[in-house]
Ligand binder design. Structure first.
Ligand SMILES: *Cc1c(COP(=O)(O)O)cnc(C)c1O
Length: 395
């Protein structure tokens, strides 16, 4: 696919890849709100249905706006094929349903998006797929957890909310030694900062809801990988089960991709400045951000990523009351659990995103009551500091 764009670089692909101008000669990509497509004849309909002739049949299978988004994201990740889905969770579900069967086993990082861990423990288990959870950064524990029936290794890096960084290359090598696939949820970095296929990953997953949209408007997701895996198995599940991306959302996301690198650089710049300011604040116990030289995987992040990302977290002096006080004292930053938005967001993981974990699970994950996560947006850095200082200075 996309042969026309093979020789272009990232910034060109971001604004051009996947566009197929119609007879109207439009400059901007059109939205195709149509559920089905019309055939010239009964014979053409038959040929399309049998697969003899390529082309659109029904928008649960393919839609031109969705295809543009898919081709553009595949080009940016450097993957052969992308399948867009209705949400990040349906991208993850579609991958599992397409590639696993009863009796299979997954090894997953413990530090993954909360809903992904609920999917694995409460739902995939109903279909006979078991998961072992391991420490993201401890390669030995990954190796020890792999069994004869292990099919997938699953991770996010940097992790949420503690920003631990996994060695993708080392985990890809480990996966391949055991004939497993390495699946990386690349939501936090996006291809603008991290390209997991270059490090050996087999499948890249996105919640397009976050940075790909970038302005907090739509829910969507994507699976990227090889034609024979994503193009055959994952697409086969999607067109059958139906968690399809809408053309309106695909349009928002494909326009988001055009400014992705610029936005990610600005998110990283603001997050770095905010992290450095927080480190020096007397009422902060610890700051988690891969861009700080004190971060345990700072060197790995510098090697593996083009930037350190837009999400950071920090522990305040005092417990839950102190953390809530800082959050409630903000006047500008949005109190919401979403991230990847130009508007900064602030959240208390222990009572929101990680509230469903037991206290022991939370302690295991290192998420204590004094922890606050900020997904740093694109507001003026001095205004961000002022907003956080309102509560921090009074602890
Ligand atoms: C938000 C998120 C998801 C789930 O995506 P939805 O679009 O909300 O379904 C998956 N993984 C990560 C890392 C996320 O942040």
């Amino acid at each position: 696919m996309n042969n026309k764009f093979d020789n272009f670089n990232f910034d060109t692909l971001a604004v051009r890849a996947g566009q197929q101008r119609t007879a109207e000669s439009e400059q901007s990509e059109p939205i195709f709100p149509t559920s089905s497509y019309v055939f010239a004849s009964a014979a053409e309909a038959a040929a399309r249905f049998s697969g003899e002739e390529p082309g659109n049949i029904y928008s649960r299978f393919t839609n031109p706006t969705v295809r543009t988004f898919e081709q553009r994201l595949a080009a940016l990740e450097g993957g052969e094929r992308c399948v867009a889905t209705s949400s990040g969770m349906s991208a993850i579900l579609s991958t599992f349903m397409a590639l696993l069967q009863s009796g299979d086993h997954i090894v997953s990082s413990r530090a993954i998006f909360g809903t992904t861990s609920v999917l694995l423990t409460n739902y995939m288990t109903k279909f006979g797929v078991e998961t072992s959870f391991v420490d993201l950064t401890d390669l030995d524990s990954w190796a020890k957890a792999i069994k004869a029936n292990t099919k997938l290794l699953f991770l996010e890096t940097p992790s949420n909310p503690l920003t631990e960084v996994a060695d993708i290359q080392a985990l890809a090598d480990l996966a391949h030694q055991h004939d497993c696939l390495l699946v990386v949820d690349n939501c936090f970095c996006t291809p603008a900062l991290q390209r997991p296929f270059e490090l050996g990953a087999d499948i890249v997953i996105h919640s397009a809801t976050k940075y790909l949209d970038g302005q907090g408007r739509c829910i969507g997701g994507a699976v990227v990988g090889k034609e024979d895996i994503v193009g055959a198995d994952v697409y086969g599940f999607l067109r059958t089960a139906g968690p399809t991306m809408s053309p309106f959302n695909a349009w928002v996301f494909l326009k988001g991709l055009e400014t992705l690198r610029l936005r990610m650089e600005a998110h990283c710049r603001n997050a770095q400045l905010l992290a450095e300011w927080l480190v020096d604040h007397p009422n902060i116990k610890h700051v988690y951000y891969p861009g700080l030289v004190s971060h345990p995987q700072h060197a790995l992040a510098a090697k593996q990523q083009k930037g350190f990302g837009g999400v950071l977290s920090f522990e305040v002096v005092g417990g839950k009351q102190a953390a809530w006080k800082v959050i409630d004292a903000t006047g500008m930053i949005s109190i919401t659990a979403n991230l990847g938005d130009v508007k900064s967001t602030i959240t208390h993981p222990a009572t929101t995103t990680h509230g469903r974990l037991t206290p022991e699970q939370r302690a295991d994950s290192g998420i204590n009551d004094s922890l606050i996560r900020v997904a740093v947006g694109l507001e003026d850095i001095e205004d961000l500091k002022t907003d956080l200082a309102r509560g921090l200075d009074k602890l």
